[in-house]
Ligand binder design. Sequence first.
Ligand SMILES: Nc1ncnc2c1ncn2[C@@H]1O[C@H](COP(=O)(O)OP(=O)(O)O)[C@@H](O)[C@H]1O
Ligand SMILES: [Mg+2]
Length: 510
Amino acid sequence: MSEYIVEMRHITKRFPGIVANDDISLSIRKGEVYALLGENGAGKSTLMSMLFGMYEPDRGEILVNGKPVVFHSSTDAAAHSIGMVHQHFTLVDNYTIAENIVLGIVPMKKKFGFLPWTDMKKANREIAELSAKYGLEVNPSDLIQDVQVSVRQRVEILKMLYRKAEIMIFDEPTAVLTPQEIDYLLKIIDGLRRDGKTIILITHKIEEIKRIADRCAILRDGRLVAVRDVSGLSVQEMADLMVGRQVSFTREKTQPRFTDDILTVEHLSVKNEHNFEVVKDVSFRIRGGEIFAVAGVSGNGQTEIADAVAGLVKISSGKIDLDGKDITQSSVRERARAGISYIPEDRQQTGLVLDFFLRDNLALRKYSREPFSGKGILKHDQFLKYAQELIDRYDIRCAEGPDTIVRSMSGGNQQKAIIGREIEEHGKLIIFVQPTRGLDIGAIENIHRQILEERERGAAILLISLELDEIMKLADTIGIIYRGELLKTAPAKELTSHDVGRYMMGVKEI
Ligand SMILES: Nc1ncnc2c1ncn2[C@@H]1O[C@H](COP(=O)(O)OP(=O)(O)O)[C@@H](O)[C@H]1O
Ligand SMILES: [Mg+2]
């Protein structure tokens, strides 16, 4: 028997224009929790997708239990007791939990209107046993479409266990969970380890690695930069290894200096296209110099609040004032002119003109004004100069500077471009919806600094984020939304992240 249950040797994988994995070698012991740490785009998912048979490496070999293997599909990997929980779950919505666990990873077609014959009674018994053994509470007869994200994740874990997986890969499993659900998941993982399973945990959250992992491999730009025992490694060292330079965690927030109310929202309600009330009687205010953050599990109405304030959706009732003026009936354009800047969640839909040059996109809100145009003529040199300023200030990486076509830039750099463009308006109210989603630590740090600078300048800031860490770090005031209602609004310093997590799950009083 080999000392290692999995070995990956000199693995290289290229995609057009990029080496996603460059000569990576890892050895994983049976029964350990092995973390893969790295920034977005470092190559973590690609590497593990090869162990799970979804891609084949261009070079290198994989050994399981000391024997070389070649996987052409995830079925091959499953046959070697390897399972994976993906970042995006692969469950079938209109099937029950039990059916999802029993059926293949690829949904089977119903034959003559029936599912292929399986002994569902026996299956249900096995599922019940597994769920009791590992503390994975589910109700097997629930439909997937009716259960929460955390339950879906448990189903994915049960699916692996049902297939007798011994090596379990988790790809960013906590990205979608509240703090309480994270605690629960880490307990489950610990239980799996005690039972002798081997766990590979992909994450960019260092805290989690500290809590659960035995060893940690750090990837950067497709290369393996270090493999260490977690016990001898500090959080700071991990962050520095991951980013490749010294990371400063401390950009202390200054004492707030709140001024008058900039935004007041009273009794706001919004209905979706099915006439369902997604925002219910929501009231709040944001003062100048204040960051008001809306926390909540995805899909509880938070983006609709942002859209309603920006004028992008019709509201069914309520009143919105900006700096003492009623803007309830104003168009998007009028609101922008009145001083609202908006960084949307879906960058590509509403944020950028992808086939335009970066320089034109950056000046999109300014081009009709001095100094960009005068006497009806657009001034090319001003566009270039301004674009170069923003590229430097916001660290926008682009191959051809101001002349880069936006479509060719990475998502993270497109996001930096929108944020730069909107912040430079220095509006009265800036709305950020998921401003750092998908960005790496360095870029996140930079954007947080910009947001805090706008706060110090005296702007009112509405922050919508699914990242609780981000909310706890930036907010002066937190409103927690659950099923369209603001369950609780309080100064950030009066709430812990666990408190916020409980409200996010709909617990009214704590
Ligand atoms: N199917 C694909 N086609 C082209 N490029 C890809 C594909 N999958 C990943 N990449 C690229 O490979 C790099 C590594 O991606 P990934 O493994 O997903 O990183 P991580 O999981 O660490 O965030 C990124 O630059 C990504 O854009
Ligand atoms: Mg990934």
